[in-house]
Design a binder for this molecule. Structure first.
Ligand code: PMP
Ligand code: GLU
Length: 396
């Protein structure tokens, strides 16, 4: 079958693929430990489930406005006001089918063929593919490990061209867990304003910060930056609601209106029941969000030390999200593999530990481990990785 050109180089999302593979092995009876999925392992909090059940019982099972229920937009606006002291109008908010779909729709409405989008590496797997699907061109800038995987203002300046349309910022970052400081955001923002570059600020890990770090959105830094920024967020990570598929974009009303028109022809609306559940997520107690954050921080503290103690794995301590992103190039060499991809493959085959190779994030020497799983499983996984390394090095 001859498929469209636009999908000719499109492959499945590495993160979802690894997750599916780990599940498949588990279903076939293998004792697999999946550290691939970027998905909280907690149940969606009970009061959110109750709100969904109530919505069903009350018959809220019909189409909603394409951009989302007015009450949900209001809840999102209140959240941004409370958390970020940012004020938006309903016309500046669209509710989408997860943050992923918010990003996809955004690129569809802001990019023309050949428009460039600056993507710092390591990046979340879907950014380049989504840009390409909108006929845009990803322009990569390397966030160096010695700068905590963050790009600098000078690096940004160097890649700007007359075609630059947008910059993607993801703080806290998937896969590195790093966060940009206020000063760094200010410097990057200044350049974006000078060159009229749209800032796509993916803040999906906003609630998962450790060591007392606080979230700062680049949109908070000045009214000009707020006008230049589209914030992307959602409840997948903060409220453990990955399967409900609710995310949103906020910012420039013209962009949001075009996104809403596109959604009206592509999806009609996000699931009505999930929207009611999200209203409850934002309006109810945020206690569960903090309980989950604390659990992630506890796991991070323990597992970070243990992983770094394995010969060949070098990891800098993440400040947010729920991933470790060690440099494993020395580990690959020590174990007799040419690259980290082969090491990851062997780890799954021999020790049944599923990790995501850094190549999926544009950083070949690294590997991503999600610690969104129980401490018991995490400790077992690290023991298996250590055993694998011992066996492999003994063989050489
Ligand atoms: N952005 C980042 C950085 C992510 O890791 C993810 C993965 N969940 C998303 C966006 C999309 O999240 P969702 O579609 O589940 O809201
Ligand atoms: N964002 C998560 C991850 O990076 C979920 C999978 C996906 O959406 O790609 O693992």
């Amino acid at each position: 079958m001859k498929l469209a050109k636009r999908v000719s180089t499109l492959t499945a999302s590495t993160t979802l693929e690894i997750t599916a593979k780990a599940k498949e092995l588990k279903d076939a009876g293998h004792d697999v430990i999946g550290l691939g999925a970027g998905e909280p392992d907690f149940n969606t909090p009970a009061h959110i489930l109750e709100a969904a059940k109530k919505a069903m019982d009350e018959g809220f099972t019909k189409y909603t406005p394409s951009g989302g229920l007015p009450a949900l937009k209001k809840a999102i606006i209140n959240k941004l006001e409370t958390d970020q002291r940012l004020t938006y109008k309903p016309s500046e908010v669209i509710v989408c089918i997860g943050a992923k779909h918010a990003l996809y729709t955004l690129f569809q409405v802001i990019l023309d063929e050949g428009d460039e989008v600056i993507i710092p590496t390591p990046y979340w797997v879907s950014y380049p593919e989504q840009v390409k699907l909108a006929e845009g061109v990803p322009v990569y800038v390397e966030g160096k490990e010695e700068n905590q995987f963050k790009i600098t203002a000078d690096q940004l300046k160097n890649v700007i061209s007359s075609k630059t349309k947008a910059l993607i910022l993801n703080s806290p970052s998937n896969p590195t867990g790093m966060i940009y400081t206020k000063e760094e955001l200010q410097e990057l923002g200044k350049i974006c304003l000078e060159h009229n570059i749209i800032i796509v600020s993916d803040e999906i890990y906003e609630k998962l910060l450790y060591d007392g770090n606080q979230h700062i959105s680049i949109a908070q830094l000045s009214p000009e930056l707020k006008a230049q920024t589209i914030i992307i967020n959602g409840v997948s990570k903060s409220h453990s609601m990955t399967g409900w598929r609710i995310g949103y974009a906020v910012g420039n009303a013209e962009i949001i209106s075009a996104m809403t028109n596109l959604a009206s022809h592509s999806t009609s609306n996000p699931t009505s029941i999930a929207q009611y559940a999200t209203i409850a997520a934002y309006q109810g107690s945020q206690g569960d969000v903090e309980v989950m954050r604390q659990a992630f921080e506890e796991r991070l503290t323990i597992i970070f030390e243990k992983l770094n103690a394995i010969p060949g794995f070098h990891c800098i301590k993440p400040q947010g999200a729920f991933y470790l992103f060690p440099n494993a190039s020395e580990a690959a060499k020590l174990a007799g593999y040419n690259d980290v991809d082969s090491l990851v493959k062997a780890l799954l085959e021999e020790e049944k530990v599923a990790l995501v190779p850094g190549s999926g994030f544009g950083a070949d020497n690294y590997v991503r481990l999600s610690y969104a799983t129980s401490l018991e499983q995490l400790e077992k996984a690290v023991e298996r990785i250590a055993r694998f390394m011992e066996k492999a090095t003994a063989k050489l």
